[in-house]
Every structure is written in structure tokens, then in C-alpha cells.
Design a protein around this ligand. Structure first.
Ligand code: AMP
Length: 192
């Protein structure tokens, strides 16, 4: 079973793509952002710790995020394979994930990057704000999230590229076409 990561700037459509890709490979899509939103909805202690960071577009502290992910990866459905969405977002989190996988005697197979031009990202997020009412889809918060992506998350892409496991797919255009391209690229990489 595949152990995959999907990466891409906020608004690149990675959450939607993650769901479709994960279904194709029969693995759970695990989104740290979605896990946080569930905690917020359920008014848990973790949710109340995270909400202030999320609403201002900042990262939730690494130790909080990593502990939450570790718990999720221990669930039975993630034992052999998973598609991570939204983690790792910092170079520190790369190390934390490496440790979690080493404990399970597993390795990461492919990191898929969805690319899209900035104008398209902003337009998509403003549209999503209207459709889904996400409280972190306002323009100043979006700008902050894009900035953090550039400063903190691009280095994660560089690191995976140096490991030779990074695949990039054009994430602009029709949802179905992007899903097909992404699955074909992943299958090619997994077969190697
Ligand atoms: P997302 O749904 O992936 O855009 O995540 C929404 C928000 O959750 C982010 O803006 C962060 O506040 C928080 N978050 C999600 N994943 C992480 C992570 N790996 N590290 C820190 N904060 C995160």
C-alpha cells in the first residue's frame, strides 16, 4: 500500500484532489487542517488551542500538530498506507514524520506537488470562502497563508526533491483532468 504526501499552496485544490487520489489507491486521506477543523467543531481542548492560530493564518505549533497526527496514524486504517495532506509544512515536521515512519519500519514513497499560479489561488480561495464559509479564507489571512507557504513550506519541497521523491503536477484547470494526471504520475512513480 502506498504512503504518499500531497503538497500545494493554499487554494491549489489539494484537499479535493487528496480525497479522489486516496480513494483510487484505497488509502485514507489524512488532512491535518481537517483534523483541526473537526476538533474546533467538536469544541475539544485541542480545538480551542488551535483556533486562534488557524483564524490568523499562522501554523499551529509543531508539537501540537505532530502529536495529533501521530494519534491519527495509529488508527487501523492508516497502518499500511495513507495520503497526508497539509503535513509536513515545516522542515522540523519532516524530521518528525521521518521518526514516526522509522518507528513503524516504513518509508515514504512519493510526494506529489500541485502547482498553480498565484492569481488562480487567490480567486479559488475567495470563492471557497463564499461556498464553505471557512473563517481563514479572508484576504489578509489568505495572504499570510501564501507567505508562510513560500517561506516555510517551499523548503520542504526542496528537501523532498533532493531525496528524489518529489513529483510535480500542474494543478490548474479541470478537477477531473488534474486527478487523472496526478494518478497517472503517481502510478508511474510507484511502479519504478
Ligand atoms: P489547511 O486545511 O491544510 O489549509 O490547514 C488549515 C490550518 O490548519 C492552517 O492554516 C494551520 O493553521 C493549521 N495546520 C494544518 N496543518 C498544519 C501543520 N502541518 N502545521 C501547522 N499548522 C497546520
Amino acid at each position: 500500500m502506498a504512503r504518499l504526501i500531497i503538497m500545494g499552496p493554499p487554494g491549489s485544490g489539494k484537499g479535493t484532489q487528496a480525497e479522489h487520489i486516496a480513494r483510487h489507491f484505497g488509502i485514507p486521506a489524512i488532512s491535518t487542517g481537517e483534523l483541526f477543523r473537526t476538533h474546533v467543531r467538536n469544541k475539544t481542548e485541542l480545538g480551542s488551542e488551535a483556533i486562534g492560530y488557524m483564524d490568523s493564518g499562522e501554523f499551529v505549533p509543531d508539537h501540537v500538530t505532530t502529536a495529533m497526527l501521530r494519534g491519527r496514524l495509529e488508527e487501523a486504517d492508516a497502518a499500511d498506507g495513507f495520503l497526508l495532506d497539509g503535513y509536513p509544512r515545516t522542515v522540523i515536521q519532516i524530521g518528525a514524520l521521518d521518526e514516526m515512519l522509522a518507528d513503524r519500519q516504513q518509508t515514504l514513497e512519493v510526494v506529489l506537488e500541485l502547482t498553480a499560479p498565484d492569481e488562480e489561488l487567490l480567486a479559488r480561495m475567495l470563492r471557497r470562502a463564499q461556498e464553505q464559509g471557512r473563517t481563514d479564507d479572508t484576504e489578509p489571512v489568505i495572504q499570510r497563508r501564501l507567505e508562510l507557504y513560500r517561506d516555510e513550506t517551499q523548503p520542504v519541497l526542496t528537501a523532498y526533491s533532493q531525496r528524489g521523491i518529489l513529483l510535480s503536477v500542474d494543478g490548474s484547470g479541470q478537477r477531473e483532468t488534474i486527478t487523472k494526471d496526478a494518478i497517472a504520475a503517481l502510478e508511474g512513480a510507484l511502479a519504478r
